[in-house]
Write a protein that binds this ligand. Sequence first.
Ligand code: C5P
Length: 330
Amino acid sequence: MAVAVRSFAKVNLGLLIGAPGARDDGFHELRTLYHTIALHDVVKVSVSGGGRTGIEIECRQRGVPLDESNTCWKVVDRALKALKMRARVVVSIEKSLPVQGGLGAASSNAVAALFGLEKAVKKELSAEERLAIAAEVGSDLPLFLVGGLVLGMGRGEQVYPLAEISPLYLVIATPSAGVSTPHAFAAWDRLFQGSAGLTEAAQSSKLNMFSQHVYGWLSRTQFSPAASGVPAKSKNRAEHLLLDLVRTGIENDFERVVFPQFPELRDVKRALERQGARCASLSGSGSTVFGVFDGPKQAEKAAKALEKQGIRAQATTTLGREEYWKKMWK
Ligand code: C5P
């Protein structure tokens, strides 16, 4: 019998990229806030013993690899080894989320396959083993081991759960452009050689400012002397972060390299703002652009208006941690 898992997407509520060469492994240092959202794929995992072994990936969507390069394949392979098991595992992916869309779909699919496998074989890996496997397969996987609002550091794989904020009403616009993340990082590196005025020192201080901002926010709401003794109202906590995000705008460094290459994505951001988005931003390296709206009706209306302009768009909400775990199982 197949175990079915809802594989939710994420958006990046801000993303800062470090200067090239700052890390020995060739990756870039990142600072980001991830939030899981209510849009999802469905991943089904079935396991059979009886001598046959191997991993098979099934997916009808063009652009999804069915071989060892699929993130689900990589995770299942590592998980079977960690569980010291040999079996035949079929992972079937029902896609609704865009491929290469900046919504973390492939990463989320892989984590869903991991949870599905554990449930199917009635064995559990330790949290540390799960994190090690997820981080090895890709920088965007570990956030899906947490869900809700997540602080991402390192190359994005160091993840810390943050206190829940009230739901954000979103419009997710998914233009058809496919942005390659490695290419976007390479273009980012070139900004440091050109006349764009980016310097290692300035970028490193921006990353530090981000950390200070998150610390300030946590401190105001969770562990400052002012917060102690008086139980902070969770709604107030939420509003703090929301107001900060909206006031400062949601900055994603990838916009500096992706928008010049795909000007239509900048137009989508403008279209969202014209429809009343409090702020709008590229998610990850794109091509998804999302807008934050005041309420569900405003988001629905804006999504319809974008669709009329020929831009694929859907209204949805952020998905808190508790709901993420509750709704994962179909
Ligand atoms: O870890 P992930 O598979 O998502 O990374 C894909 C590619 O993106 C890496 O091979 C690397 O070139 C680039 N990358 C990076 N810095 C990061 C994350 C990814 O340079 N923090």
